[in-house]
Design a protein around this ligand. Sequence first.
Ligand SMILES: Nc1ncnc2c1ncn2[C@@H]1O[C@H](COP(=O)(O)OP(=O)(O)O[C@H]2O[C@H](CO)[C@@H](O)[C@H](O)[C@H]2O)[C@@H](O)[C@H]1O
Length: 496
Amino acid sequence: MYIVQIASECAPAIKAGGLGDVVYGLSRGLSNQGHNVEIILPKYDCMRYDQIGEMSEAYQDLWVPWNNGSIHCTVLYAEIYGQKCFFIESHSNENFFNRNKIYGDWDDPLRFAFFSKASLEFLLKSGKRPDIIHCHDGQTGLIPVLLYEIYQHQGMGNQRVCYTIHNFKHQSVALRNVLGAAGLGDHLFTDDRLKDNGRHDAINFMKGGIVYANHVTTVSPHHAWEARFSSEGYGLGSTLGVHHEKFSGILNGIDDKFWNPKVDKYLPTNYGIADFELKARNKKALRERLWLRDPDKPTPRPIVAYIGRLDAQKGVDLVLHAIDYALFRSAQFVLLGSPTGNELGRLFGGKKNHFNNNPDVHLELTFNEELSHLVYAGADMMIVPSNYEPCGLTQMISLRYGTVPIVRGVGGLKNTVFDVDYDESIAPEKRNGYVFYQTDHSALDSALGRAIDLWYNNPEDFVELAKQGMRYDYSWKDPAQEYVKVYDKIRVPSAI
Ligand SMILES: Nc1ncnc2c1ncn2[C@@H]1O[C@H](COP(=O)(O)OP(=O)(O)O[C@H]2O[C@H](CO)[C@@H](O)[C@H](O)[C@H]2O)[C@@H](O)[C@H]1O
């Protein structure tokens, strides 16, 4: 099958969070199964060019209709670790993708509406006719809308769209004049199409994606339920209800090439289940790198970690509390997090100053892919206390690195982590972490406390629990097959 992914991120070259991991990992998973996969991305100035192969011009003069005129673009081609990628470079005065950041500008919806239009124009003009166009999140929600309103009448009548929602909170809501800029008619501004369910003067790209795509997924079965029936649909539950027959949850995977402690190039010492004791060398390296004291002689201490965006979604109050609780229990704490707003930046900046001279805590307030690998390998436990979590990759990566996850039982966390003491739905030898449900401090304390107790009092059992986690296969093998089933269901049967 010929599949084109259209997205705003692709790891490790363009990554603000889990979306980038999924676009790369799913593409490689599908390629491994023999499908022809191409990825279309914006050409940002802030990409990690060291993670991208040599670039060549793929399409020279792409004129993208926009705002009653057209914008000149060049399309470049390069591989990201074996995956075929096309980068749209726009030469417009707005500098759509030269902002030194991926997201965070007032005109984000407009920038990505343009990217969506340019991607389809590129497919049209270059004669590419994929069986499936797979687009992701609010940024590319207009893809199916543009395809069915405009491009199917221009020779793209056989293309079908799968639309995946990674985060319902970021829907790309814009003033309705974006419709005109993109060449879409004002007649789409209705309750059953693009009109936002809350703001009645605005259009909503994600809603458009749900209404127009041939199939819609979110990134875990449990979150599919939450999005429809709880407040986690952020106002789109009713739209999902109308379109429920084409909506499902498919659990993400993690890329088994990038996230594999046996071959991870960023680790000082590689290890697996058979030589698990070597993991300790990464713990030592982590302490050295982050100036934590090495108290293992005479008194050993576990390292508790958090990796992720510092956003209200992630349960930041519990993250902060976990630092205090870990210290109270004589553990060390490492945080690698990128604040998503000024307020959280100030809050965590203050905490960082507060703990500056503490030899048992380190807060690294930046995005650092290389360091994240060392933290996954060097820590003993990983907390994921999210308020909501569509899937969550940190717990899956942690499991693979033998770092025991302590998670709140929501979204995909509920589908992937099984409490060692209490989960009776699964055999004891398959349990892999700790789960709590409430959002108060004592809920986290009780789960993290149980993990720390086991680490101190029954170290052999703790190691066995870590190894049980490592035996889980959360690679893309099965999820990619699930996506192929969806693609097969919606694609136009080949004429042959
Ligand atoms: N400061 C930092 N430095 C280095 N690496 C960092 C980092 N902060 C985060 N990362 C990395 O980014 C990824 C984050 O994965 P999450 O599942 O937490 O995604 P996120 O919430 O961004 O995305 C959304 O999309 C994903 C994918 O569908 C869903 O799993 C998730 O639930 C949903 O919220 C991991 O690879 C993590 O290691």
